[in-house]
Write a protein that binds this ligand. Structure first.
Ligand code: FES
Ligand code: FE2
Length: 453
């Protein structure tokens, strides 16, 4: 096996993304950097690097496991997997949500697979050891054969669990900081989006032939809009969208209803409308992306942006969802967060789509999950039907034009990373949320000055 250090001998040291932004620099320092940031390509392809992530990142970092709608009631359970790691989430009879490593303390059999309801005990199918839903051992068949074996000495291995809005997070490291601290300042920044009013309806999973970072990187910059989503250019400013650079997480605000400054001649209102309908028309009650029709009649003084805000409000109101708490800008625009390491919660006023990538069995495969959470009708006390979780094939999945374009490109993005001449990715300040992912990854992996501690 290649020594991990061999992967990053100069000039390919992961601890030195670029001469201009040495290890330990902040993302804010990028503004002063005269050149691009270089990231070693091996981070995306090397089994040794993936092994380092498995040892030092995934067992210690907060991850979205599922949503509260998957584990609403006592006896509800859900298995979350991340590479070989498996975590069991269970709502106890005391209504408390707990997380456990999904392993039997007898000989290590996996306890549960999938998800379900009505669980009253956690029983291993192999030799039938059994725990209660709080993780306490309560039954061992033929106990005498073990000699002295006390139930209190064999609880399930507990993990930390926390929630933000509808999202349930787990952390296998009992010494890790609380979730609220880890997510700072995202929770406060996103409070205006009222995440507690969102309920999950589905998780769509697409296995993809790319590294988990290749996958989430595609949702961490808008530089590629002019590459693979050109149909968006007439209805969004992909260049000047404001980004936030926090030490661990990031944010993008993407305005809709205005053309990209890349279009020298701008766009007519008809072109803005057609572009909006082609990419997200269902939001405004225009569900056929191929038939935008004319721009809907405008009220006095309405701009394209305020027109879109009104149409989105009307569409949501027709479904009982009141967007009165939001300004027109907040209704029309996209509010995207990038939370280290592997999720991008994408908020619209009427919904949350949390994009997540999880490692697969090799550095060249991952799972892309889209966790869909529409906003509940005003005053709803019932969170609605349970989520439906489906796995779709990348070749045949139809997730809308923009997602389809992202997914179709990811195979190419990963294959290219293997080519011998490409020692480094070359990143722009526009891609600072990707740089931030690498800076934080280095901290978890112990990469300082180019070497793990
Ligand atoms: S491995 Fe679970 S009871 Fe034996
Ligand atoms: Fe994209």
């Amino acid at each position: 096996m290649t020594d991990i250090r061999d992967l990053r001998n100069a000039p390919a040291m992961p601890g030195e993304l670029t001469d201009e932004t040495p290890a330990g620099s902040t993302i804010g320092d990028l503004a002063k950097a005269p050149g691009p940031t270089k990231v070693p390509a091996a981070r995306y392809t090397s089994p040794e690097f993936a092994a380092l992530e498995l040892e030092r990142l995934w067992p210690h970092v907060w991850q979205v496991a599922c949503t509260i709608d998957h584990v609403r009631d006592p006896g509800d359970w859900y298995e979350y997997t991340c590479g070989p790691l498996s975590v069991l989430l269970v709502r106890g009879q005391d209504s408390k949500l707990r997380a456990f490593q999904n392993v039997c303390r007898h000989r290590g059999n996996e306890l549960c697979a999938g998800s379900g309801t009505g669980m009253t005990e956690i029983r291993c199918n192999y030799h039938r050891w059994c725990w209660d839903l709080s993780g306490r051992l309560r039954e061992v068949p033929s106990r005498k054969g073990f000699g002295a074996l006390r139930n209190d000495d064999y609880p399930l291995f507990e993990a930390q669990v926390g929630t933000w809005g509808p999202l349930v997070f787990v952390n296998l490291d009992l010494d890790a900081e609380p979730l609220e601290e880890f997510l700072s300042p995202v929770i406060d920044d996103a409070a205006f989006l009222r995440p507690d009013e969102l309920a999950c309806r589905a998780i769509v999973t697409v296995p993809l032939p790319c590294n988990w970072k290749t996958g989430i990187d595609a949702f961490s910059e808008t530089y590629h809009v002019q590459g693979i989503h050109r149909q968006m250019l007439c209805s969004t400013d992909d260049v000047n969208s404001p980004q936030a650079d926090w030490p661990r997480h990031g944010k993008l605000g993407q305005p809709y209803g205005i053309p990209s400054p890349r279009l020298r001649d701008g766009a007519t209102d008809d072109e803005i409308w057609a572009s909006f309908v082609a990419t997200q028309g269902a939001r405004a009650g225009a569900p056929d992306p191929d038939n935008p029709g004319p721009v809907p009649e405008r009220h006095d003084g309405e701009s394209m942006r305020t027109l879109l805000a009104r149409l989105i409000r009307e569409k949501s109101a027709s479904e009982g969802v009141d967007l009165g708490a939001f300004t027109d800008e907040q209704v029309t625009d996209l509010h995207q967060y990038n939370c280290f390491p592997n999720i991008s919660p994408v908020f619209l006023a009427e919904s949350l789509s949390c994009i997540r990538t999880r490692p697969g069995t090799t550095p060249d495969d991952c799972y892309l999950d889209i966790i869909s959470c529409p906003r509940l009708p005003a005053g709803a006390t019932d969170r609605g039907p349970r989520p439906i979780d489906v796995t779709l094939d990348a070749e045949t999945a139809d997730l809308g034009a923009v997602f389809n374009q992202d997914i179709a490109n990811l195979r190419r993005a990963q294959r290219g990373l293997h080519q011998l001449g490409l020692t480094h990715l070359t990143l722009s300040r526009e891609e600072r949320r990707i740089i931030s992912l690498h800076r934080n990854l280095e901290r978890y992996l112990g990469i300082q000055d180019g070497f793990p501690e």
